[in-house]
Design a protein around this ligand. Structure first.
Ligand SMILES: Cc1cc2nc3c(=O)[nH]c(=O)nc-3n(C[C@H](O)[C@H](O)[C@H](O)COP(=O)(O)OP(=O)(O)OC[C@H]3O[C@@H](n4cnc5c(N)ncnc54)[C@H](O)[C@@H]3O)c2cc1C
Length: 391
């Protein structure tokens, strides 16, 4: 068994680390200042400038196939890079990406939606959640009715990341209520904002915020169907599957950075004539955090490895998402505690992480949904305890 990285994996990881350290981290103090002034963290133009600079270092489209100009990296390497991104609290991500399911687009759709999204000229959002259907995504009611060569879309989507800025939405709609979404009754549509949907920003405890999207008789041409009629639910699940190892990979980077801050603070802050790190109470918080961080790291890398090995990654990814999301919440909470009152202020990024990572237990499948998947797989005998090592 080899827990090491290949020279190539290490080189890509280190180059990403270098870029983030040199080009992104210097913006951190300004970001905190803007937040204290209730201004947006990073403007779209600033993010784009950073992404174009990263492109000159070869970082463009981590997951994007090479024939579209991307790096087409294995999932393990993508995971390592998301961990590097997590080390900075600047909301940065490398450019050249598009929603994974946009690669199902026809040639015509690729020109109109996929290629401009990869180039960063157009912004997409993905919409399955509705006011009445979140975890129970198969219960969506958002309706698309055929009308000649068009479809008429009606309904509301909610909590849609980027929904207030997006130029177009990938919307999962019910096209055949008799069949139900899970059984071929839902279809994915590519819908330009110009076709008439409205969005409304939803303030949250985190940075930015999602939006609700309202469709009132929005007319969409038949050629804007993504994939096949009836394939919408499967595409929705494919979209969500990607985040199940990238989100916890990001969480590992956050936890590492936060824990390092806690160690430094424990080694310098003195109370009662001694460093706080001399107290077992503090040491145990550090020890538990490091142990959980390592456990999460290997669960996540195993999930990513499962993707690369061409195995069904669902079970491993659910464990990675469940444990990684919980881990980062526990670690950030302890790091805040170790910093005392300073941890609670907006001088440091800790309270910001505290608010941000709470989302990780909710979106792209709540903790409870991950548990449901893990337990159901075992109860039905679909997976064995021990995964690919079970024999
Ligand atoms: C900031 C943010 C961004 C988001 N971005 C997107 C996006 O881009 N696109 C998109 O489509 N959606 C997005 N979502 C929606 C997100 O995926 C849902 O909020 C999530 O799936 C939970 O659905 P819900 O909010 O309706 O909660 P509910 O499904 O109503 O669940 C409420 C609670 O009950 C629990 N629960 C539900 N059913 C069960 C059960 N059977 N057993 C045990 N517990 C259960 C849940 O785990 C949860 O704790 C986003 C949400 C947020 C907050």
């Amino acid at each position: 068994m080899d827990f090491g990285l290949s020279d190539e994996e290490r080189a890509i990881r280190d180059t990403a680390r270098d870029f983030i350290t040199r080009e992104v981290m210097p913006l951190e103090q300004e970001l905190l200042r803007r937040e204290r002034a209730h201004q947006p963290g990073l403007e779209r133009a600033e993010l784009r400038e950073l992404q174009l600079k990263a492109r000159t270092f070869g970082f463009w489209g981590l997951a994007t196939p090479q024939r579209y100009g991307g790096m087409e990296l294995p999932a393990v390497v993508q995971s390592l890079i998301w961990t590097e991104i997590g080390r900075t609290f600047v909301p940065f991500r490398f450019g050249g990406e598009a929603d994974n399911i946009l690669f199902h687009a026809t040639d015509e759709q690729q020109k109109e939606f996929l290629l401009p999204t990869i180039e960063g000229e157009r912004l997409s959002c993905f919409a399955i959640t509705e006011p009445g259907a979140g975890s129970d995504a198969a219960n969506i009611r958002f309706r698309a009715r055929r009308d000649g060569d068009d479809w008429i879309l009606n309904g509301e989507k909610t909590f849609i990341t980027g929904g207030n800025d997006a130029d177009f939405a990938i919307v999962i709609a019910v096209t055949d209520p008799e069949r139900g979404a899970r059984n071929g009754g839902a279809t994915a549509f590519l819908v330009d904002r110009a076709m008439g949907w409205r969005s409304e920003f939803i303030p949250t405890m985190g940075e930015g915020g999602p939006a609700s999207l309202v469709f009132d008789d929005v007319r969409v041409p038949h050629r804007n169907i993504l994939g096949e009629i009836g394939q919408g639910f499967a595409l929705g699940m494919e979209w969500i599957g990607k985040g199940r190892y990238t989100i916890p990979s990001h969480a590992v980077g956050i936890a590492e950075r936060a824990l390092r801050m806690a160690i430094e603070h424990a080694n310098t802050r003195e109370t009662f004539g001694t460093k706080i790190g001399a107290n077992q109470a503090i040491q145990w918080m550090i020890a538990d955090s490091e142990t959980e961080l390592e456990a999460a790291r290997w669960l996540i890398l195993r999930a990513a490895w499962t993707v690369d090995a061409g195995l069904d990654p669902r079970h491993a990814s659910s464990m990675a998402k469940l444990y990684g999301a919980g881990m980062v919440n526990r670690v950030v909470d302890r790091v805040l505690q170790i910093h005392g009152g300073m941890g609670y202020t907006r001088e440091l990024p800790i309270e910001r992480w505290y608010r941000q990572v709470r989302l990780y237990r909710i979106f792209e499948g709540t903790d409870e949904m991950q548990r449901l998947i893990i337990a159901r797989d075992l109860l039905r005998g679909y997976t064995k305890i021990g995964g690919h090592l079970a024999g």
